[in-house]
Ligand binder design. Structure first.
Ligand code: GLU
Length: 416
């Protein structure tokens, strides 16, 4: 029986393939196959009932050849070190492909914030920083929001770090609220960056996005914002959206703002008026111009890849398409915008946030969008030309561009 590879192992397998294409030196290849550093912590938190509970947490610094490590912190009940490691690995390629001077990192805590009070979440956020603060910092490793963490949590974490250091340190973390050093445009940045790549992909494929049909799987930060942006700015028709509880469909199009309000008041997109409830599985198989998997990893797998009928799959989540599924989609003529390219807008505006914190001077939203548009378009075009020149898939091309950039930095530093 063939052992199923873990998320990180399948990342390593993809790296091996690209290392072969690039003919990487054995030393560089060996360094890139493993995380540079990992911290495992036990985090004591006093719960509202007076008892102390221990949470397990991680921070992985994968590679810092291009600059300080960068990447979000996830609060998830099913978090594992393997997932955090894989996500830190992808952050390395994400920063490199986006052309920003940062390395790859990621953090995670095994917890279910839906079962915790707000003050318990605050104490956990502060305690996580107490456990990792000597390991992070603006010159070392800069966390950010990710699955089930948000600007308020970033604010508590930045405040805790600043207290430990004894002075204000906004640059330790990004994705903060604007009032305490966050960047304008950071909230919608992942989706906005994704939209720039979808625009480029559609141009390349000669698809008119006006009134084009769109299905969005996941209605958190990335999913709800991509639905709203594509509806409001491009005039596309959002025919289906979903969250972990199920999906909704209307072939005439949904109003993504109203869906957002419905989810805010009921906790889910399901049972929205003027729409039919559908399963997440059905949503993925709809015949649409653009499909945006925008929630978690491993959504399009060997099991359902052959049923995907979208023309463009824009991977806004991290790792939603398995490598096996990727091959099936490519064989079936589906154009994939790979995750660490498609969702690089979040970390790109995080980088702008760090720059503004260092300057202590803040840009207006227009400037952020303009700079983000330039970065994302350039990144997409670099990957597309690599894919056309070498006749490889967009995913392999994205790895080639990113790995070559990190390898060059390593060579110049004398690591190879
Ligand atoms: N968590 C986001 C990601 O996976 C953003 C990371 C960041 O801003 O540092 O890309």
């Amino acid at each position: 029986m063939v052992e199923k590879l873990s998320l990180f192992e399948s990342g390593q397998a993809q790296l091996d393939e690209v290392a072969g294409i690039l003919n990487l030196e054995p030393g560089i290849r060996a360094i890139l196959r493993e995380p540079m550093r990992e911290l495992h912590v036990s985090i004591p938190v006093r719960m509202d009932n007076g008892n102390v509970r221990i949470f397990k947490g991680f921070r992985v610094q994968y590679n810092d050849a291009l600059g300080p490590c960068k990447g979000g912190i996830r609060f998830h009940p099913d978090e594992t070190i393997d997932t955090v490691r894989a996500l830190a690995f992808w952050m390395t390629w994400k920063c490199a492909v986006a052309g920003i001077p940062l390395g790859g990192g990621k953090g995670g805590v095994i917890c279910d914030t839906k079962q915790m009070s707000l003050s318990e979440v605050e104490r956990l956020s502060r305690a996580y920083v107490d456990a990792v603060w000597q390991f992070i910092g603006p010159e070392r490793d800069i966390p950010a929001p990710d699955v089930y963490t948000n600007p308020q949590i970033m604010a508590w974490m930045m405040d805790e770090y600043s207290k430990l250091k004894g002075y204000n340190c906004p640059g330790v973390i990004t994705g903060k609220p604007v009032a305490i050093g966050g960047s304008l445009g950071r909230g919608g940045a992942t989706a906005c960056g994704g939209m720039f790549t979808i625009i480029e992909a559609a141009k390349h494929l000669n698809i008119d996005l006006t009134a084009a049909t769109v299905a969005v799987q996941g209605y958190g930060n990335a999913g709800s914002n991509i639905a709203i942006l594509m509806n409001d700015i491009l005039g596309s028709k959002i025919v289906a959206v979903s969250d972990s509880k199920g999906g909704i469909y209307n072939k005439q199009g949904l109003d993504p703002h109203k869906v957002f309000q419905h989810k805010a008041s009921t906790g889910s997109v399901v049972n929205f008026t003027d729409a039919e409830n559908i399963s997440n599985e059905k949503l993925l198989e709809l015949e649409v111009a653009v499909l945006c998997p925008s929630a978690l990893e491993d959504v399009i797998t060997e099991r359902n890849a052959s049923k995907i009928k979208a023309k463009i799959v824009a991977a806004l989540a991290n790792g939603p398409i398995t490598p096996e599924a990727d091959k099936v989609l490519v064989d079936n003529g589906v154009f994939i915008i790979p995750d660490f390219l498609c969702n690089a807008g979040g970390v790109t505006v995080s980088y702008f946030e760090g720059v503004q914190n260092a300057y202590n001077y803040y840009w207006d939203e227009e400037e952020i969008h303009e700079r983000l548009g330039r970065k994302m378009t350039k990144a997409f075009q670099a990957v597309l030309s690599e894919s056309l020149e070498r006749k490889v898939s967009m995913r392999v091309a994205a790895y080639i561009v990113a790995v070559a950039r990190v390898a060059e930095a390593m060579r110049l530093r004398g690591w190879g």
